[in-house]
Design a protein around this ligand. Structure first.
Ligand code: SF4
Length: 388
């Protein structure tokens, strides 16, 4: 696909009236949305207008969408998003030629349509893979229309202009790949090792991350810059822990230690309940879920992040095991942080803040060090011959 030439100064390049009719949103809302998406990419106004033109363009790239081993969570997440209505945006942005969940038809005729579309649009269509690909016993654990997921994926990948793995299952195997992984489930990048696969992990993934990636593809004819795990950098460039609104409690050493305890009810940090935010890259704290706001995301509603989007963490690490804190070196000493409800201790808070600057402020990280040292002490007691 070539990069679309777009003249920002040429109003004729826009068909906002058509967009308003199609999407049911005002021009202002639409342009605000495009500006926000472009800003997420670190791009400016011209790019936002180019994205607006791409959405307004009636020519839509064909998409082949395959389902493997999964719960259909990514599609469900996509269809239930609102304001802006992503499913309208996406379904108007692309020509969804084959989708095993959303196709009205069924049976051999639908499979024929898929093959006709792949032949007609060879080298031009976007392949979206949702779900893991089982490799054990030649892939017999997942078949559609007589094809194993292995066969369907390989066939569709050959003629694709770009490939997107949507959801953790498609990105690296997800829950199916958890030990002992009886079906040999892997993600698309581990199967299509000769192809570039953009991954949008999450369980479910945020539909905004999918929309942004598709929008970038439609606008520029290529997929956005990715990290070493294939994730778009604009969406997965930072740890959840870096932007979490409970972070000040982590830094101050205030932790919930049981569900429903005083700290939990006060909204303190969930690290000691097993939160994997310190080792999980995703933009959940910024985007949230369910209409982009309102505090609705796992940590926002009081549940620790379980690292669903992080390969090696989600579905692998036990829920209550402590996360590795990647961003901060734990200090050797840390001050006592009083309960905020105890005003008599407020002077200690001030001194804690000062001391925090000197030792790196990250008191929460000290808890990690304390835990690790404690583990070593226990280990030393159990195995006297080994040093801590
Ligand atoms: S450990 Fe979890 S709850 Fe605590 S600040 Fe980090 S991401 Fe937020």
């Amino acid at each position: 696909m070539s990069v679309r030439e777009f003249d920002v100064a040429n109003e004729a390049d826009y068909d906002f009236a058509a967009v308003e009719r199609r999407l049911g949103v005002s021009r202002r809302t639409f342009l605000n949305f495009c500006t926000g998406i472009a800003a997420s990419f670190g791009l400016g106004t011209k790019s936002a207008m180019a994205m607006a033109a791409a959405i307004a363009n009636p020519a839509r790239p064909p998409v082949i969408w395959l389902h493997g081993q999964e719960c259909t969570g990514p599609t469900e997440s996509l269809l239930r998003s609102e304001q802006p209505s992503f499913e309208h945006l996406i379904l108007d942005l692309i020509s969804l030629d084959y989708h095993q969940t959303l196709d009205a038809g069924a049976g051999h005729r639908v499979e024929e349509v898929k093959h006709e579309a792949m032949k007609k649009h060879k080298g031009k269509y976007l392949l979206v893979i949702e779900g893991a690909i089982p490799l054990a016993q030649n892939g017999i654990f997942c078949k559609t229309g007589g094809q194993t997921m292995m066969e369907a994926t390989r066939e569709a990948a050959e003629g694709a202009a770009a490939i997107v793995a949507f959801g953790s299952c498609a990105s690296w195997g997800g829950v199916q790949s958890a030990a002992p992984n009886p079906t040999g489930a892997v993600g698309a990048p581990q199967f299509l090792t000769d192809k570039t696969v953009v991954t949008i992990p999450g369980c479910p993934p945020n539909p905004a991350n999918f929309l942004g990636t598709v929008l970038y593809f439609v606008t520029y004819g290529k997929l956005p810059p990715i990290d070493e795990k294939g994730r778009p950098k604009w969406a997965y460039g930072q740890l959840i822990h870096e932007n979490c609104y409970r972070r000040p409690h982590f830094d101050a050493g205030r932790f919930a230690t049981q569900f429903g305890d005083d700290g939990h009810r006060k909204g303190w940090c969930l690290y000691k309940l097993g939160c994997k935010g310190p080792e999980t890259y995703n933009n959940c704290p910024s985007l949230e879920f369910n209409n982009l706001g309102g505090g609705v995301w796992p940590i926002g509603v009081g549940h620790p992040c379980f690292g669903c989007s992080e390969q090696g963490t989600g579905f692998n690490k036990p829920m209550f095991s402590l996360a590795d804190v990647k961003t901060h070196t734990p200090p050797n000493v840390f001050p006592i942080i009083p309960d905020r409800q105890n005003p008599a201790s407020s002077t200690v808070v001030a001194s804690a803040a000062v001391a925090g600057v000197a030792v790196g402020v990250m008191i929460g990280a000290a808890a990690v060090a304390g835990k690790k040292l404690g583990d070593k002490d226990e280990q030393a007691k159990a195995e006297p011959g080994k040093g801590a």
